[in-house]
Design a protein around this ligand. Structure first.
Ligand code: NDP
Length: 454
């Protein structure tokens, strides 16, 4: 839960130094346990990536007792080249350059974002969906090769299993790049006239570095936050999964049903996010949160290197699930997807045009702000039914790994915590936005996630 407290009580030094202007200081609120929590989170998250790597590896085989013997793990595994190699850094940097080039040069639709607090709006290049397909084409069919005379001589294919073999050094590269990006973002957020995020301007350096100061950092019209949110990490996750499938094929001569399912399920999830790219422009990540370590690390390191845990585990530990079990898992995933997509599309359509035929019949509650809230359809079932659908998909992903290893269920456990925390943050934001109308809305739609239960 986001513990909130005033920054004045947490940063006495800051107040005394600026005693003269105390009256004009805004009341800031801390989340994530304030500066101490932010610092602990920054240190802990990269360690979790390494922990998960070893915990689900063939050496430790999800044996939590032996993993707990940290000394043994370090003695066994702490060689620099296990964690780091220059090729991996170049590969990850090359991937980022490729993503930026595609964002810049592929055909794009220009879409306006929501109104910012200074009254302006920003324009975004929407071409993530095209980038998804072009990337798949390049990595599965190869990239063009040219002779010395500049003539096209054929396609060179990527060895996708290389990604699996270099998983840990690539994770380290992504961690280092996300830290470097966070430092750059923090530094540039001190320029004059920058639009700062409300939550990232407390004056506490550690906290602001973590949560993100500048709302929409851009280099010319290149939007760093929107780019990182959807492209390198999300599509990178898909490539890692394909790398795992390629590795399994190389060693077993076949790709197992569980591996096929995890690639299809998570591929669908990534495709969906990019197909609905413009929907991200109204999320709190874009409209409210600054761009700092939290999002930079999350987008570039956390998502690709923890969300691919199941595929990586399956390379060496396929559980050989029976067809009925695989069918149940499919049913769970597609039920989750139907709820997730149905709810998100319904709200998106409603917010864009409440008179649109597919949403015009829905019951609404009109708030004093003039904005309406849906109280029927998906949004009448539960206030965060879209999160429930998302979580069900996550559970289905974990189930593809069978029942021998608790570590591969990390995603379902972590995502449950993330979604509860996120819903509390959103709830507070809505309380501020809608005042007394929000409790009235909660009375009409009493359940948060599961109708009749919670
Ligand atoms: P929501 O899509 O739930 O958006 C919340 C906003 O929706 C509110 O602030 C409010 O804004 C509006 N809203 C809430 N209730 C109603 C209603 N009844 N009628 C109309 N509008 C309403 O949250 P997120 O942006 O957090 O999530 C979007 C999706 O992304 C979710 O499906 C989530 O699961 C997924 N997600 C996935 C993550 C991952 O790592 N895989 C991480 C985070 C999210 P307003 O009224 O101003 O429009």
């Amino acid at each position: 839960m986001a513990k909130k407290s005033s920054s004045r009580s947490k940063s006495p030094r800051r107040v005394s130094r600026k005693a003269k202007s105390v009256k004009s200081l805004p009341e800031h609120e801390f989340e994530f346990g304030g500066p101490v929590g932010a610092f602990a989170t920054m240190v802990a998250l990269p360690l979790v990536i390494y922990f998960l790597y070893f915990a689900a590896s063939s050496t430790y085989k999800c044996n939590l007792v032996s993993i707990a013997d940290i000394r043994e793990v370090l003695m066994d595994s702490f060689k620099l080249d296990t964690f780091f190699n220059v090729n991996a850094v170049l590969y990850v940097l090359g991937w980022l350059v490729l993503c930026v080039s595609m964002e810049r040069f592929l055909f794009s639709e220009i879409v306006e974002g929501t109104k910012l607090k200074n009254g302006s709006t920003l324009k975004y290049r929407i071409n993530g969906h095209l980038q998804f397909w072009v990337t798949l084409l390049i990595f599965t069919h190869g990239y063009p090769r040219f002779g010395e005379d500049g003539k096209f001589i054929g396609l060179s294919s990527f060895k996708l299993s290389w990604i699996y073999d270099n998983y840990l050094p690539m994770a380290t590269s992504a961690i280092l790049i996300s830290i470097a990006l966070s430092i750059y973002l923090y530094w540039r957020s001190h320029r004059k006239g920058v639009l700062l995020a409300d939550g990232g301007n407390t004056g506490n350096r550690i906290y602001d570095f973590f949560i993100g100061r500048e709302l929409n950092p851009r280099i010319s019209d290149f939007d760093l936050k929107e780019f990182c949110e959807l492209r390198p990490g999300l599509i990178g996750w898909l490539l890692i999964n394909l790398g795992c499938a390629a590795k399994q094929f190389e060693s077993d001569g076949a790709v197992s049903p569980s591996m096929v399912l995890i690639n299809v399920f998570q591929g669908l999830y990534v495709w969906d996010a990019l197909y609905h790219e413009r929907a991200i422009l109204t999320t709190m990540d874009i409209t409210t949160d600054g761009f700092g370590y939290m999002l930079a690390f999350g987008d570039l390191a956390w998502v690709p290197f923890t969300y691919s845990l199941q595929a990586r585990y399956l390379v060496e530990n396929d559980p050989q699930l029976s067809i009925p079990v695989l069918c149940v898992i499919c049913l769970l995933n597609f039920t989750g997807y139907a709820i997730f997509r149905g709810a998100n599309s319904e709200k998106d359509a409603f917010r864009r045009n409440p008179q649109a035929p597919e949403v015009a019949h829905l019951e609404t509650l009109t708030t004093k702000s003039g904005r309406k809230l849906l109280v029927s359809g998906w949004w009448g079932v539960a206030r965060k039914i879209n999160y429930t659908g998302d979580w069900l998909m996550g559970l289905a992903w974990c189930l593809t790994t069978g029942f021998d290893c608790i570590v591969t269920y990390f995603y379902a456990i972590y995502f449950c915590i993330l979604l509860i925390h996120r819903s509390l943050r959103d709830n507070e934001a809505c309380e501020k936005k809608y005042g007394n109308d929000w409790p009235a809305y909660q009375a009409k739609v009493p359940y948060a996630f599961i109708p009749g239960v919670y």
